[in-house]
Design a protein around this ligand. Structure first.
Ligand SMILES: Cc1cc2nc3c(=O)[nH]c(=O)nc-3n(C[C@H](O)[C@H](O)[C@H](O)COP(=O)(O)OP(=O)(O)OC[C@H]3O[C@@H](n4cnc5c(N)ncnc54)[C@H](O)[C@@H]3O)c2cc1C
Length: 262
């Protein structure tokens, strides 16, 4: 684990969609799917992002433009530097029995991308199947279309795939297909419904939670969810753990520490 940020140079930028850019840099990290790194822009801030591409020592983070920090990241050019510390957190548990469904809502797909790479390796070795569901508000927001060819898509406005949500699509699939495991990342309300669907059908499920993270290694308590520190006990939690976390899907803690209803 690296506690001090390592300064890296951006060596490539890929526009995944009008709002999402992937920044590539070289760094030797022992990163497991579902973990995250803290990205530092000196004199601005430090924020959590998952690693969405791993090709030996070439790593990529896919960033959705939202507020001050991500806008600053989007203005970075090849040759600019960023600080990276981590990896942190507990990622997805990968079992040898692969027949899974991966459900990504919006930029949540970034947290699932290296997991899909791993699961696809098992598919190549005929060890199972992976079904990928990606949902977005509109077609332009869909990411990784060239990377993952056989995704099942849904959009709120019906401009790509079915008109509806990832939960609708998963529910329909579960009528026809049996999965050993469902992995998901996206808005917490979506995750709550995915977990409920899996619970009702006795399917194993792991989801990656997005809570406000400050330190990244469990000391500040900012990312608490019912006594679990999302940065160190998660961000990935399984169905049984989530059933003991009353705040899941209901209460979030804001940047200033206020508990608010989701
Ligand atoms: C484990 C984890 C992995 C993530 N991976 C990615 C990723 O791969 N790609 C991506 O685009 N985004 C990812 N995020 C979200 C990303 O950290 C926020 O979008 C980013 O910090 C927003 O900063 P901002 O200043 O641009 O926006 P702001 O205007 O500050 O905030 C916009 C939104 O982002 C959330 N946010 C802001 N700061 C944080 C923070 N420190 N921790 C968590 N959420 C925050 C806010 O709650 C708000 O909903 C991840 C978050 C977590 C917790």
């Amino acid at each position: 684990m690296i506690e001090q940020p390592t300064m890296v140079k951006i060596c490539g930028i890929l526009e995944e969609s009008p709002g999402v850019k992937t920044f590539f840099f070289k760094l030797n990290l022992n990163f497991e799917p579902g973990q995250f790194v803290m990205v530092w822009i000196p004199l601005l801030d430090e924020k959590p992002f998952t690693v969405s591409y791993i090709q030996d020592d070439l790593l990529g983070i896919s960033v959705l433009k939202k507020g001050g920090f991500t806008n600053a990241l989007h203005s970075k050019k090849i040759g600019d530097t960023l600080g990276i510390r981590g990896p942190y957190g507990r990622g997805f548990s990968l079992k040898s029995d692969f027949n899974s469904c991966v459900v990504g809502g919006g930029i949540g797909m970034a947290s699932l991308a290296t997991l899909v790479d791993r699961l696809n390796l098992a598919v190549e070795e005929h060890l199972g199947n992976v079904t990928i569901i990606q949902g977005a508000r509109t077609a332009a927001e869909i990411v990784y279309q060239n990377r993952f060819r056989d995704m099942k898509l849904c959009t709120e406005d019906g401009t790509a795939g079915i008109k509806g949500t990832t939960v609708d699509l998963l529910r329909d699939l579960l009528e026809k297909q049996r999965f050993r495991k469902v992995y998901a990342c996206g808005p917490e309300r979506m995750l709550y419904k995915v977990v409920e669907l899996c619970k009702g059908r006795g399917i194993e499920c792991e989801v990656s939670l997005e809570r406000y993270i400050k330190c990244g290694f469990g000391v500040c308590g900012q990312c608490d969810c019912s006594g679990q520190r999302v940065c160190i006990d998660g961000p990935v939690f399984n169905r049984e753990e989530l059933s003991r976390m009353e705040d899941f899907g209901k209460i979030i803690i804001t940047k200033t520490g206020e508990r608010i209803i989701h």
